[in-house]
Design a protein around this ligand. Structure first.
Ligand code: SDX
Length: 433
């Protein structure tokens, strides 16, 4: 990328750090390239949480937080959610272009034929308690996949990276469904190659050997759209985790397991489960005011789950699409008067009229409505983040692959501002106070 200008730094003692190139992308903020800062000034930058730090160049996803815009490879999320299916979006994120009919058919067919897992993986589940959180099971079983694929772990071989991506996109639904079945004490349901990706997942999740599973096309389409909305999101915490793990040369299965572990946190992908628990705790519209008050009190430690975002300072476009999907699914299931959905909409209305939220530009994010629609579909709260991980796997893989192929890529190793003890000598035990 051409540097259009330089930035310079000057310090109180009159010294300067030299010039720092200012880099421009195609959209979004410019970046000051400060890689030479430590070498020329013996100083580092300080940016906990990376509020103003770009960790990489990327051409995959772009968010305009002020305008509430989300683009996957330049395509608006609204158009992709409306006109494409999830595997089409997977192809786009991985290869950078939407597939034509032939490419799509080949991609679907290849993914479909990787949906089964090695039969010995079934044994891993037996080691977990039945009441283990499905995310704990998913982290463990996805990480264990690297024990089965010694044939494709050469990261510098593009074909190995590609087959690993196919295996992970294809097997996450199978492992997610198995994690759920295990906690339910029901037998695992094997994939059925005649079904679409999302229909296959729903059958593995809800089907039982005792009867034919009846698919509901409206629900299949809704879940497929939910996958699209969760597929990628720039350098969020779990994606940055995958990139950092990958920068050491760790295999893709280990990197995706690290991403799943990070996504689990309630401040990140765990917010959908926490949001539904919050709505169930509020219980009734009459108590919304009490919780809004708690959320505004920084000493309460309570936050409105599903609200706020590091980048979106406007309505998260995914939340809007998720709310529409909510209406669709609840209508299809005759639950349009769903108590929690009405409570969520009232909570949103009251919050968005409150100065505290308006001033801080806190809007509903993707997690605010996703729990309601999944719960209506029969997916239990503790499975919501697994569904998020299933969908985000393709984004993590696209970002991981971009990092591996980036000529500027180095192992990630941030510095620190040390605030501990200066050097001191050990005092023999007998002389210590
Ligand atoms: C995801 O990064 C991504 O892209 C993530 C994601 C993706 O697709 O990968 O979009 C998915 O993780 C969505 C976010 C899900 N998390 C939640 O819904 C949890 C609740 N929200 C937050 O905890 C919070 O909003 C974050 C973590 C999402 C963002 O936190 P920031 O950017 O670090 O903001 P902050 O904590 O500095 O908050 C700024 C102010 C603070 O108040 P003051 O210090 O100014 O007084 O806003 C307040 C915060 O207390 N605030 C909230 C709030 N979120 C922020 N107050 C009440 N309720 C909230 N939800």
């Amino acid at each position: 990328m051409a540097n259009e200008e330089n930035a310079s730094l000057s310090f109180a003692d009159g010294s300067t750090g030299g010039d720092f190139p200012v880099l421009s992308g195609t959209l979004g903020p410019q970046a000051v390239d400060i890689r030479s800062l430590l070498g020329t000034t013996d100083k580092v930058t300080y940016d906990p949480g990376f509020l103003s730090t770009a960790s990489c160049r990327s051409s995959i996803t772009f968010i305009d937080g002020d305008e509430g815009v989300l683009l996957y490879r330049g395509y608006p999320i609204e158009q992709l959610a409306e006109q494409c299916d999830f595997l089409e979006v997977c192809y786009l994120l991985i290869y950078g272009e939407l597939p034509n009919e032939e490419q799509k058919a080949k991609f679907d067919n290849t993914v479909t034929r990787h949906t089964m897992v090695h039969d010995q993986i079934n044994n891993f589940f037996r080691g977990f308690r039945r009441d283990a959180h499905p995310m704990a099971v998913l982290v463990g079983t996805v990480g264990a996949l690297s024990a089965f694929y010694h044939d494709s772990l050469d990261l510098n071989d593009e074909s190995h990276r590609e087959i690993s991506a196919y295996r992970l996109i294809a097997k996450l639904p199978t492992l997610t469904a198995m994690a759920y079945k295990y906690t339910m004490g029901q037998p695992f349901i094997y994939p059925l190659n005649s079904l679409s990706y999302t229909a296959n997942f729903m059958r593995m999740l809800f089907g039982v050997p005792a009867e034919e599973y009846q698919l509901n096309d409206v629900l299949v389409r809704a879940l497929d759209r939910i996958f699209i909305l969760h597929a990628d999101h720039e350098q969020n915490a779990s994606t940055s985790t995958v990139r950092l793990a990958g920068s050491s040369g760790a295999n893709p299965f280990a990197c995706i397991a690290a991403g799943i572990a990070c996504l689990w946190g309630p401040a990140h992908g765990g917010a959908n489960e926490a949001c539904l628990e919050m709505l169930e705790e509020i219980g009734d519209v009459s108590r919304v005011g009490e919780y809004i008050k708690k959320a505004k009190d920084r000493n309460s430690g309570f936050r409105l789950m599903g609200f706020g975002h590091r980048v979106y300072k406007n309505y998260d476009p995914r939340a809007k699409l998720m709310r529409e999907t909510c209406h669709e699914v609840l209508g299809e299931l005759g639950l349009q008067h769903d108590r929690l959905f009405k409570l969520a909409m009232e909570l949103e209305r009251i919050a968005l009229e409150d100065e505290y939220f308006v001033e801080r530009k806190l809007y509903p994010n993707v997690d605010f409505y996703s729990g309601i629609v999944q719960r209506a579909m029969g997916i239990p709260n503790n499975m919501f983040t697994c569904i998020f991980a299933l969908a985000r796997t393709v984004g993590w893989l696209a970002q991981w692959s971009e990092m591996i192929a980036d000529p500027e890529q180095k192992i990630g190793r941030p510095r620190q501002l040390y605030t501990g003890e200066v050097q001191r000598d050990v005092v023999p035990m007998s002389l210590r106070d």
